[in-house]
Design a binder for this molecule. Structure first.
Ligand SMILES: [Zn+2]
Length: 281
């Protein structure tokens, strides 16, 4: 059990302080459902804090884990939620962004350098609304945060060594800073999965890792009705993940009624930079 041993006490302490993980997700792209997120939260609420060794059990062959986080809410009247949109590779979903502008719904955007370079129109629209869109770092080339030759997440090659990961993170951060004029503070890796060494390196570079609690569109693969249905389960403090790089998907159509319904229920959308965020199971 080399793998088990490598998730050692030092990393356990890091995890206990900053993060906790859900291991062994099914291997569909960005697969966790609202239901599973709710179940995990509920299970965590009813269980005593597990020993570090239990929480860090890594099944053989499942060395990358998905990071989840939520906004720290003050009390029952605090109905803040965050919408986060990944711009991986691909195109610009103008329909989605135009809707957010019309409804004044802020979002934290995780863009790759690749997306920023290839979507000047989208880039310009985001920059024209800095009050609504906070642009953060999704890497240079959308490389998952797992380190080692031949390692992959969902078939996408990770970083062969730590230098490649560092380049992915730092060049992504530079691309964001070139656009916004401000240093980026958050990092979300491609596939939202990380291994131990990658987490340590990203944090050592000074970035916070942005998890999520509601996977709204499963990598922009879900039908409209399913996306809207997932948003019905949103609770105060949730961090919603969806995508803005696939205009031919049904993400915009599904988010539109779902987000309007959340506004009508009194939820307030905020940027990750404006709130305290905690990592959850
Ligand atoms: Zn992505």
């Amino acid at each position: 059990m080399m793998i088990r041993t490598r998730w050692s006490v030092g990393f356990a302490a890091l995890i206990m302080l900053t993060s906790s993980w859900r291991l062994g997700q099914a291997d569909a792209i960005e697969s966790p459902t609202v239901a599973s997120a709710v179940n995990v939260a509920s299970a965590a609420a009813h269980a005593s804090t597990p020993a570090a060794s239990d929480s860090l059990h890594v099944p053989d062959g499942a060395r990358a884990v998905e990071l989840h986080s939520r906004i720290v809410t003050r009390d029952a009247t605090d109905k803040r939620v965050a919408l986060t949109l990944d711009a991986c590779a691909g195109l610009y979903d103008a329909e989605l962004i135009d809707f957010l502008i019309a409804q004044r719904i802020p979002a934290t955007i995780f863009a790759t350098k690749q997306w920023l370079d290839h979507n000047p129109t989208g880039r310009a629209v985001l920059r024209a609304h800095p009050d609504l869109f906070d642009i953060e770092n999704h890497g240079e080339h959308h490389i998952p945060a797992v380190i080692g030759k031949g390692r992959k997440v969902y078939g996408i090659a990770g970083a062969p060594d730590v230098l490649h990961l560092r380049r992915e993170v730092e060049n992504g951060a530079q691309a964001v800073e070139d656009i916004t004029g401000e240093p980026s503070r958050w990092y979300r890796a491609a596939t939202a999965r990380y291994d131990e060494d990658a987490v340590e390196e990203i944090q050592r570079l000074g970035y916070r890792i942005a998890g999520f609690s509601v996977n709204a569109d499963a990598g922009a693969t879900l039908p409209q009705a399913e996306i809207t249905a997932r948003l019905k389960h949103v609770q105060a403090g949730d961090i919603i993940l969806a995508h803005m790089n696939k205009p031919r998907s049904q993400t915009a159509e599904g988010l539109r009624p779902g987000l309007l319904a959340l506004q009508q229920r009194g939820f307030v959308f905020v940027h990750l930079n404006d709130v305290a965020v905690q990592t959850t199971p």
